[in-house]
Write a protein that binds this ligand. Structure first.
Ligand SMILES: Cc1ncc(COP(=O)(O)O)c(C=O)c1O
Length: 416
């Protein structure tokens, strides 16, 4: 089928939830995707942070094929070899103790909210009302299901579905005074992304994160970190919170965990996990033998190929390239991020939209988030040569956009 035919068929048959790029992708290899015309694209988005090892990684593919031949799904009524092995690895790298496996990021986040409420109930004693309020962050994103939406601090995602879960209040991200004002002993959890992803790649400040940890620790509330986008090596450490020296009580991961198969995980301390008993939470698909075997191979591959160090080095090199473009181009407002979770903010949403399309024309996939932000989530295995290509093409694209821009009154002038 041609792109036009697929588009037509989907427009009649699918619920219209996605604004897709006009590309019919056929296959991937390494850091490249190939469309129906055989055109090659350097993929600096990696399925929104999922394909961290690129496409067709040999070791991962081998495990996928071998395990698929043995058994794909069993349900959580049975034991299999891989949940405990994977949990052991996740506990070792996270500083937490126990794991609940889900299918997606939002489902892991729902679990975190439920665990926080259950822990607060179990911890309340002598007729005291349990803590129940959740403090979430403005500009955050935690997923599309109801609890996740209730804690997502962006109106555009929430509005059509009101009313949402009660008991959530939003704090201005990185505003310590606002956090201190809204925190009291009714709060059961402070919930945040260590680096806000959909919100434009905005890192939490050291001070804010530390204050959140201190307040929760003192009152017996929990600190929940959403590492669905920033975790599992994306920033050059296993978890972004490890750059800060702050240890959360609950951590969610998903995206790259099973190298493209759907798998999420909620990591919990023993203290929190002790409030959960059989029957209180569960899922049909989460933690199946295929997804877990592949996830184990994904984590082992990161270690074997020393990819954390590679992400640090390539990320630094890429950030330097983006910073040089920031100095050169008047349409660039900011560059930021950590490791290979990087962003370039442009002056207008139209410019950001045009930049994504023009990069695509030149054979590079990136995306736009939070209207004005170009987001880069490449596979961890990209080379400096790949980075050079992207920076060079971005330079040309920004020049083209600036040349074509009708300069509005008061527009930012070209940088010296
Ligand atoms: C920080 C964060 N949390 C949660 C989610 C939701 O994950 P999923 O789409 O797997 O449900 C995302 C997805 O982009 C995310 O970036």
């Amino acid at each position: 089928m041609s792109l036009a035919a697929v588009k037509q068929a989907e427009s009649n048959l699918l619920v219209s939830t996605y604004d897709r790029y006009p590309l019919l992708m056929k296959r991937g290899k390494g850091v490249y995707l190939y469309d129906a015309d055989g055109k090659k694209y350097l993929d600096f988005l990696s399925g929104i942070g999922v394909n961290a090892l690129g496409y067709g990684h040999k070791a991962v593919t081998r495990v996928m094929v071998q395990q698929a031949k043995k058994v794909v799904h069993l349900s959580n009524l049975f034991f299999h070899d891989y949940q405990s092995a994977l949990a052991k690895k996740l506990a070792a790298i996270s500083g937490l103790d126990r794991v609940f496996f889900s299918n997606s990021g939002t489902e892991a986040w729902e679990g975190a909210l439920k665990f926080a409420r259950a822990y607060a109930q179990a911890a309340s004693s002598n007729g005291h009302k349990p803590k129940w309020r959740v403090l979430a962050m403005e500009n955050s994103f935690h997923g599309r299901t109801f609890g996740s939406l209730a804690t997502t601090g962006q109106e555009k995602y929430r509005k059509p579905f009101m009313p949402l879960m009660p008991g959530v209040e939003f704090v201005k991200f990185n505003d310590v005074a606002d956090l201190e004002k809204k925190f009291d002993d009714t709060v059961c959890a402070v919930a945040l992304e260590v680096i806000q992803g959909e919100g434009g790649v905005q890192p939490v400040t050291k001070e804010f994160f530390q204050v959140a940890r201190n307040l929760t620790q003192k009152s017996g509330a929990l600190l929940i970190a959403d590492e669905i986008q920033s975790g599992l090596g994306r920033t050059g450490k296993w978890f972004a919170y490890q750059h800060y020296g702050v240890q959360p009580d609950l951590v969610t991961v998903a995206k790259p965990l099973a190298a493209g198969l759907p798998l999420g995980a909620l990591l919990a301390s023993n203290k929190v996990a002790s409030a959960i008993h059989p029957g209180m939470h569960g899922t049909t698909f989460g933690g199946g033998p295929l997804a877990c075997a592949v996830a184990l191979e994904f984590l082992n591959t990161i270690e074997r190929e020393k990819l954390l160090k590679k992400v640090q080095e390539t990320g630094k090199y890429f950030l330097a390239g983006l910073s040089a473009l920031d100095k050169k181009h008047g349409s660039v407002a900011d560059v930021r991020g950590a490791g290979l979770m990087l962003a370039m903010e442009l002056d207008t949403a139209d410019h950001a939209k045009a930049a994504v399309a023009l990069m695509r024309d030149r054979g590079v996939i990136i995306n736009r988030t939070h209207d004005t932000t170009l987001r880069f989530l490449p596979p961890y295995v990209i080379t400096k040569k790949n980075v050079d290509e992207v920076v060079k093409k971005l330079d040309a694209v920004l020049s083209e956009i600036e040349a074509g821009a009708q300069k509005p009154a008061g527009a930012k002038r070209r940088k010296a």
